[in-house]
Every structure is written in C-alpha cells, then in structure tokens.
Design a protein around this ligand. Structure first.
Ligand SMILES: [Zn+2]
Length: 501
C-alpha cells in the first residue's frame, strides 16, 4: 500500500475516534448525566466537533482524496475503499462549498428556532414559531444552493437522508399508497372498535424491563455487542461499529405495549448495526447512512414481525408470567390490541397504518413549502385540511397539529419521508423473504425468527452504506420501489381484524 493510502487510513481512524468520543458523551448526556453536567458536556462535545470538522475539511485530506483517485493509486484500492474514497470526496466537496458565514448563520438560526419551537409548542401558538421557521426555510435553501447546486431544492434536502431517492419516485409511490390507504383507513375507522380498559392497567416498570430483555434476546440482539438504558425518547446509538451498539427506551406504567414495541423497534436498528461486515466497520461505509433503509429494519421487526400474532406464539406465556396484568388477556385479544387502528392527532402515538398518512401529510406540506412556495402563515390551515381529508379529524390546537414534531425547528426538511419509505421497503422485503424462506407466519409460529434475522443480515445488514437504497431494492427484490406489496399486506392484515370486506 502507498504512503498516501496509509495516511488516509490514519485520518479515517482519527475521525472515527472523534466520533466515538462524541457518541459516548451523547449517550451519557441522554441517560445518566446529572442536570448540572450539561455545560461541561457541551463544551467537550463542541471541542471534539470542531477538531473533527477541521480534519474532515482540511486541505490535506482534500489533496489526499484527490491524489488517491488518480490512476496508479486508484486501481490498488479494493471495492470497499473505492466506495469510501468516492463518498468522502463527495461529502467533503459539498461541505467545502458552503461559505463559513452561511454555515455560522445557520447554526445561530437553528439555536433560536429550536428555542422558539419549544416555546410555541408550550403555548400552542404557531405564530411564535412562524418567523423562525421562515428564516430556517430561507437558510436551508441557501445552504443547498451551495452544497447541491445541480439539484432542485427539495431533492437536495431528500438527498441528505435517503441518497438517490428523488422526489419523482417518492411522489409516485406515496400517491399510490395514499390513494389505496385513505379508503381502507376510512372503512376501518367506520367499524368503531371500542377501547379495552385492560390494556391501561398498571404494569411494574421493572417487570417491563424484564420483558424488554426477553424480546431483545428473542429477536437476536447480541448482548456482547450492546447494552440498554433509559431516556426521554428512545434511540439507538453506535459507539463502535459492530462491537458496541446501544439502545434506550422509555417505559410508561399504564402503557406497557408502547415500551415493548419501542424495544423491538430500537432492537431492529441495533441488530442492523451489530451485523455490518467487520471489514467496513468504523469507516464511512460502516453504519448505514440511509435513514429509510435503516428505518426499514426497525419497522420490519416492530411491525411486520412484532404485530403478527405468530411472533408472540412462542413467547406470550413467558410475557404473561412477567406481566401479571396480561395474565387474563388471551393472545387473540393482545393481537387485536396491537393492531387497533385509531384516528389520532399525534404521529408518534399512531398505529401502523394511520402512521403512513401522518407521514404523507408532512411530505405534502414540505413540498408545498419548497415547491409551491406556500407562505408559512398558511401552513396550519393546510395541515388541518389534510388531517380532515386523510383521517377525518381536525387538531383542536397547534400543539396537537403542526407544532407536534421538532424536525422543522432544526432544519430537518426531507427527513419525514424516510419513515414511510422504510415501511414501503418492508412490504417489498417481505415478498422477497417469503419467496426465499416460505411463509413468515410459519417461521414465526415455529420460533424460527433466527432464520429471518439471518436473511436480513445476509441481504441487507452486512453491506452498511455500500449500497444506496435503489441498489438495495434492486439486489434484494429485483425491482424498483413500489407501494403495492405494502398496500396488499395492509389489506390482508386488517381484513382479519375488521369486517371490511
Ligand atoms: Zn427508528
């Protein structure tokens, strides 16, 4: 190997050290840090981020990447390193084009905007957030005009979260899904399933943690390469690629189901990260950068597997032993509850199927902002109109309407669609998996979930970021993105629980 390549590997390792330190600080901050520890944590995080930014955007790295891409050096790289060098070059070129003044202004706008959103949500008053949202939209447009000058603005925003998944493709699959789902959801909601009070009986939080342990072990979370903790919002974090992947959860005494499904969801993210090939771990190719693909794995475990009655057959008696409040609830009643469809206002509390409509709504509002130039002042009314059309309900105030999510306050436009892309990919993966392994119902009922996990690792996990979303679909499913399998899955599934014909 050349001296230049050796130096590149050193820099990659150094960048990885910085990242590991920041991830550890973040983990500590969100789980066990005492309140007054914040300033010290923020100071060190800031220091490490600055050092990392300097090295990542240095002239030395810029020249190294350029030289290594020249004939002579390039052929000596293996395929993984060819991918890594190309990715690092592209990321660096995009980021170096943003003037420092613009970057600094964006940071200041974000700080203000996050604070304003919190205040606005607290007061349930969109007008408090509106002027900050306007600034945020303008600065994001400005940033993308430098970083992605060749792309239309909304495509450029999407590109940050789900590379190559352009809005033309998303338009096609989301409208296919919306047109199929709106009538399906309306006919389900017309059934008016009553609330079952048995599911809000108190459950000891420590007992819930025991069930979490059982579930994570069952789905294939590797405890030698991972650990768990508690935080306000559940998340998954990779400290070291393939060897140290952690998840958090949040438990509610009177809603055990919520914590159990969060555990399965984050477990799905973690299993992905634990199974990335060691050859690319801790490089820019290890760890999956495509949020939709990542989300497809958490949602596959949470929804496709976890909300299937057969998933629970081998373990439900043990769950009942650990949670006495469930002792008199039959498996069939439990399955009905975890598939209960409700017309709610809040995305994060919604069920598997209405969730899709919550995301489509946000995607359409983002397009209205960036494509159609709809003024910020008109967004709450647009939001409420779409809620009425898709779910038949109208938010009573801004807090349960347009102010509910924090994403726009930190400039994360184009992030929401990735949640739904994950589910759409899942419909396609389920088809491909059943073609290879036979009925997933049977595998689950027989407790052979390990075979499902192994299939996902073989087809998806081990590649990390090496294949972009469109390449994953082509390799795993042999076809372009389509919502048809997900729609078919929903129709079949809900006709078992609801008399919808
Ligand atoms: Zn997730």
């Amino acid at each position: 190997m050349s001296a230049k390549f050796d130096r590149l590997k050193e820099i990659v390792q150094q960048l990885n050290r910085y990242e590991m330190l920041n991830e550890l600080l973040y983990w500590d901050m969100r789980t066990i840090m005492p309140g007054e520890g914040f300033d010290a944590h923020a100071d060190v995080t800031d220091y490490i981020s600055t050092e990392s930014f300097r090295l990542g955007n240095s002239d030395e790295l810029f020249e190294l990447l350029r030289d290594i891409s020249e004939p002579g050096e390039w052929e000596a790289l293996d395929d993984n390193w060819k991918f890594i060098v190309t990715k690092m070059r592209e990321d660096q070129e995009r980021s170096r084009r943003i003037p420092e003044e613009v970057f600094r202004r964006a940071v200041a706008i974000t700080t203000e905007s996050e604070r304003a959103w919190e205040e606005a949500k607290e007061a349930s008053d969109f007008s408090v957030f509106a002027p900050h949202l306007e600034k945020m939209i303008e600065v994001q447009k400005e940033i993308k005009s430098y970083s992605h000058p060749e792309m239309e603005i909304y495509d450029a925003l999407l590109d940050d979260y789900e590379k190559g998944m352009d809005s033309a493709t998303i338009d096609r699959i989301f409208s296919e899904l919306r047109d199929g789902l709106v009538p399906l959801v309306h006919s389900i909601l017309a059934v008016k399933q009553p609330e079952d009070p048995r599911f809000s009986r108190p459950c000891d939080v420590n007992a819930q943690k025991e069930v979490q342990k059982l579930l994570l072990t069952y789905i294939g979370f590797d405890w030698n390469k991972g650990t768990t903790s508690e935080s306000v919002h559940p998340f998954t974090l990779t400290v070291s690629g393939g060897t140290d992947v952690r998840i958090t959860n949040h438990f509610h005494e009177t809603n055990a189901i919520d914590g159990l499904f969060s555990a399965i969801h984050e477990g799905g993210h973690a299993i992905f990260e634990q199974n990335i090939a060691p050859a690319i771990a801790n490089t820019p190719a290890g760890g999956c950068d495509y949020l939709g693909i990542h989300e497809s794995q958490s949602r596959f475990f949470e929804n496709i597997l976890g909300r299937n009655i057969n998933f629970w057959r081998p373990i439900y008696p043990e769950v009942q032993k650990l949670l006495p409040a469930f002792a008199d609830i039959s498996l069939e009643d439990f399955a009905r509850e975890i598939n209960h469809v409700r017309a709610g206002m809040i995305r994060t509390m919604s069920d598997e199927v209405t969730y899709c409509l919550h995301v489509i709504l946000r995607y359409e509002v983002e397009k209205a902002i960036f494509r159609e130039g709809v003024p910020v002042s008109e967004l709450p009314a647009l939001w409420n109109r779409k809620m009425k059309e898709y779910l038949g309900v109208v938010p009573q105030n801004d807090a349960e309407g347009i102010l509910q999510d924090m994403h726009w306050s930190d400039g994360s436009f184009g992030y929401f669609p990735t949640y739904l892309l994950g589910s759409i990919y899942d419909g396609m993966f389920l088809d491909a998996m059943q073609a290879d392994l036979g009925s997933v119902d049977t595998l689950l009922a027989e407790g052979r979930i390990g075979e499902i996990r192994a299939w996902l690792t073989e087809k998806i996990h081990r590649f990390g970021s090496l294949r972009c979303p469109k390449e994953v679909l082509k390799a795993v499913c042999g076809r372009e993105a389509t919502a048809e399998p997900l729609l078919r899955y929903f129709r079949e599934k809900y006709s078992e629980f609801y008399p919808i014909g």
